[in-house]
Write a protein that binds this ligand. Structure first.
Ligand SMILES: *Cc1c(COP(=O)(O)O)cnc(C)c1O
Length: 473
């Protein structure tokens, strides 16, 4: 950096842009378009704002892709990571244990007890308590671990025929091959079809685009019919049903009707199918409860968590299961019942220390209790926006919001995806000082949980103005 002082800011920006365009391959990005634009280079962040290299601040309307819950540069999280850094940055969990991962596992187990005990009280469900924590480092691997765990569990139970997974259309579980196999977002997943293992896809409870034309509860949750048919006809072949509880996030922020998740759980119980809940997006307060499963009193067999677990500070994930699943892996060494899975950064102490600080803050600051005025404000503002002629549906659960743009409101006709309508609105928002990233025609609203009421209101002003600016009205 000795020459740093001599280069003008303009020169420094040009240099970074050139390197970015020459060498950084951005995720989910058409790089031909990217190379023609000016990348926003972020240099600093604070609270719910991010600052670019030119000194402009933007509201972080997507929580840095859904990971940041408590704001940027939260004192206690910074301090926890720094304190851990002074002790050890990383030591392995393969053959060793470490302080931070032990403490976090204890704390997560207690959190599971607190969140799920009300729904799993009967003594016969004792071995269904979520007590066993398997570490990895991102949402996709948390799901891979869950799938492999379920698969191997049935082998050890002597039901080798149970090797099939059921998942939902519009589901998203990450980008590794197993996670893509259970994914259901055509645009992301279709090209990889020949590489994937076979799964059964049940319809998504996407009420806004449900062909029945009936409002819940008149529909009687007809969308669970095909799922039950799978369980009925092929139940003996099914290892697990995997879904994102309450909200299908990357598939378009699709919010479930009441009763759907509960019904799904009943079907899993009835047919002896394991339930894998992927709460990578919904976990840690996003839906207004600590975990989305709590909305319907559902205890999954396997729970996948990542994104919010460290407040967006460090990569970390956990796959949590019960003693029934865990117990099936115990045996003599020569029986080869070991769970053969692990990653280099499994149980990373820096990440675990960040997560410990996050859980501490959730408790000390009563984060979940503090959400309700924000949840109400978001609902109210979305109701106004929902009146716009180009908005088909504006809806939220907790602090996860969706605005679906449509070409023709009475018929719900979507804009052709090639028109990039979501992006056109997002660009206007950026000009006003709000960073959001749409999913096709769906504007995604996912502010940090810690956002103030004022900033949330400002954010919704910017969203509303951007929609009016793009379409008029
Ligand atoms: C983001 C996401 C994943 C994948 O997590 P990564 O950390 O990006 O691998 C998996 N499941 C859900 C529900 C997600 O939202």
């Amino acid at each position: 950096m000795s020459s740093g002082n001599k280069i003008s800011l303009g020169g420094r920006i040009k240099g970074l842009e050139a390197i970015d365009k020459a060498h950084v391959w951005h995720p989910f990005t058409q790089m031909k378009d990217w190379a023609q634009g000016d990348p926003l280079i972020i240099t600093e962040a604070r609270d719910c704002f991010i600052k670019d290299i030119r000194g402009r601040w933007y509201l972080d309307g997507v929580s840095s892709l859904w990971v940041n819950t408590l704001g940027h540069r939260k004192k206690e999280i910074n301090a926890a990571i720094t304190a851990q850094l002074a002790k050890a940055a990383h030591t392995t969990l393969l053959g060793l244990a470490n302080e931070a991962s032990i403490e976090l596992a204890g704390r997560l187990a207690a959190l599971m007890e607190k969140s799920f005990a009300p729904f799993s009280a009967p003594p016969d469900k004792k071995n269904k308590k979520l007590t066993r924590i398997f570490y990895s480092d991102n949402g996709s691997t948390a799901v891979e671990v869950g799938l492999k765990m379920a698969f191997q569990y049935w082998r050890h139970k002597g039901e080798r025929g149970r090797s099939l997974f059921v998942s939902l259309e519009n589901g998203y579980h990450g980008d590794t091959i197993g996670a893509v196999s259970v994914g259901g977002v055509e645009m992301f997943h279709d090209v990889f079809r020949p590489l994937l293992f076979d799964t059964l896809k049940a319809p998504s409870p996407y009420c806004y685009r449900c062909g029945l034309g009936l409002e819940y509860p008149a529909c009687g949750l007809a969308c669970t019919g095909p799922l039950e048919d799978f369980f009925k006809t092929r139940g003996q072949e099914i290892a697990a049903f995997v879904l994102e509880p309450m909200v299908q996030a990357a598939g378009g922020m699709i919010i479930f009707p009441d009763g759907y998740l509960k019904k799904v759980k009943e079907l899993c119980e009835k047919y002896g199918v394991l339930l894998i809940a992927d709460e990578v997006a919904t976990g840690f307060g996003r839906t207004g409860r600590m975990f989305a499963c709590e909305h319907e009193g559902v205890v999954p067999d396997i729970l996948c968590l990542s994104k919010g677990i460290t407040g967006g500070y460090m990569p970390l994930a956990v796959t949590i299961t019960n003693d029934e699943v865990y117990g099936a892996f115990l045996g003599g060494y020569e029986e080869l019942k070991t769970f053969f899975h692990g990653h280099s950064y499994t149980g990373n102490p820096l990440a675990c220390s960040a997560a410990l600080a996050v859980l501490e803050i959730f408790e000390n600051e009563k984060v979940i209790d503090g959400l309700s005025p924000k949840i109400t404000l978001l609902q109210e503002r979305l109701k106004e926006i929902g009146a716009h002629a180009r908005v088909g549906q504006a809806k939220s659960l907790g602090l996860m919001g969706r605005i679906e743009l449509v070409e023709d409101k009475p018929h719900g006709t979507p804009y052709p995806w090639e028109e990039k309508m979501g992006w056109k609105v997002a660009l206007r928002a950026l000009e006003k000082g709000l960073f959001i990233r749409p999913l096709g025609n769906v504007m995604v609203l996912m502010p940090p949980l810690s956002i103030s009421l004022e900033n949330l209101d400002r954010m919704m002003d910017m969203v509303h103005c951007s929609i009016c600016g793009a379409f008029g009205g």
